[in-house]
Design a protein around this ligand. Structure first.
Ligand code: GDP
Ligand code: MG
Length: 365
């Protein structure tokens, strides 16, 4: 972890690039979170009065947007990748594939770039460094779809689970909900990003910081695009008849701690894990897959070509077999003719012998 700080200092002037993906069911507060994180309306909220179509998202295609942020004097080019929220079961498989396809395409681009002889100077690394998975604030436990999605995506990206719209739960409900979620994640062996640390290797500060963040998982998120004035201070929050929920107040939500982990303390770690571990695993899998079937992947023969080729080979083989059969047939026929002639000759000889015998008998009489 020491080199994390070193790398940070070196890059302070130039700034950092970071890519964050947000995934979750429709209405869990993804868009609001992104706009809260960036401090302005990066993603437009759709206005929809019709409950029948409220869950349908316009842009099914994933479109990343990049914003420039200033994080305590450090420039950060933050790319946000919003994904279509899923609603009913029919949409789900399509969403999974859309998200997975996007993640893997970014790895494929790097793989292709790495194998080029001449590097493209304008090449952009669009790999996703962290994925926030928004869990709906049901207060129960994880749904099957949450488990499946996190399980499928975790091998490809740093998944960080969060509870959206956490202000809809009471503090006690939230504590229980968090506990049950982590029990499920444990039980189903979902390899989420859990702020890894090594008590032996890392310094005390890192160990403490990471175990604190780990204990907060899944982060309870409150988002708001509204600015309110509370006791003369301007804050972002949500106004309720009984009071104000402050987005950046640690007592009200984990938003501020998640924000600083993503954009400051753990930015470098998330990027390193993406490159050294997740991308590396993908690369190995992909290369060993193509080594298993070299003819198809390496020489780029189209399936049509392969089919025609195999038909031609079979035809040639059949023809050769036919020729061999005809040869055998001719040989057998020749042998039969020879045998028949032999037989005829023997019959003739026999007939001659009989005639001679008959003659001899007649003359002796
Ligand atoms: N109570 C509460 N409501 C929220 C929060 N974030 C968003 N919302 C509301 O939930 C609805 C859906 O939010 P949106 O960000 O569009 O969700 P998305 O479909 O996941 O992008 C909107 O009416 C938001 O105003 C939150 O933190 N708390
Ligand atoms: Mg949205």
């Amino acid at each position: 972890m020491a080199h994390r700080l070193g790398g940070r200092r070196k890059n302070v002037k130039k700034g950092f690039q970071f890519t964050l993906m947000v995934v979750g069911a429709s209405g869990t507060g993804r868009t609001t979170f992104v706009n809260t994180l960036c401090g302005n309306e990066v993603l437009s909220k759709k206005l929809c009065d019709n409950p029948d179509s409220a869950h349908i998202e316009e842009g099914i295609r994933i479109k990343p947007v990049t914003v420039e942020l200033d994080e305590d004097g450090v420039r950060i080019a933050l790319t946000i990748v919003d994904t279509p929220g899923f609603g009913d079961n029919i949409d789900n498989e399509f969403c999974f594939q859309e998200i997975m396809g996007y993640l893997e395409r970014q790895y494929d681009d790097i793989l292709a770039e790495e194998s080029r002889i001449k590097r493209n100077p304008r090449f952009r690394d669009n790999r996703v460094h962290a994925l926030l998975y928004f869990i709906a604030p049901t207060g129960h436990s994880l749904r099957e779809i949450d488990i499946e999605l996190m399980k499928r995506l975790s091998p490809r990206v740093n998944v960080i689970p969060v509870i959206g719209k956490a202000d809809t739960c009471t503090p006690t409900e939230l504590t229980d909900f968090k506990r049950r979620i982590m029990e499920d994640i444990d039980h189903y062996n979902i390899p989420i990003y859990n702020f890894p640390f090594d008590v032996e290797e890392d310094d005390e500060e890192t160990v403490e910081e990471n175990s604190e963040l780990r204990a907060l998982l899944p982060f309870a998120i409150v988002g708001s695009e509204e600015e309110l004035t509370v006791n003369g201070r301007t804050i972002r929050g949500r106004q309720y008849p009984w009071g104000v929920v402050e987005v950046d107040n640690h007592q009200h939500s984990d938003f501020a701690r998640l924000r600083s982990a993503l954009l400051s303390s753990h930015l470098q770690d998330l990027k390193e894990i993406t490159h050294d571990f997740l991308y590396e695993n993908y690369r190995t899998e992909k290369l060993s897959r193509s080594a298993d079937s070299p003819t198809v992947e390496d020489s780029a023969i189209l399936p049509e070509d392969l089919a025609t080729q195999s038909v031609r080979l079979k035809e040639e083989q059949l023809k050769r077999e036919e020729e061999k059969l005809r040869e055998i047939e001719l040989k057998v026929q020749r042998e039969i003719t020879e045998k028949r002639q032999e037989l005829l000759a023997k019959e003739e000889a026999l007939r001659n012998l009989e005639a001679r015998l008959a003659q001899a008998q007649e003359s002796s009489n």
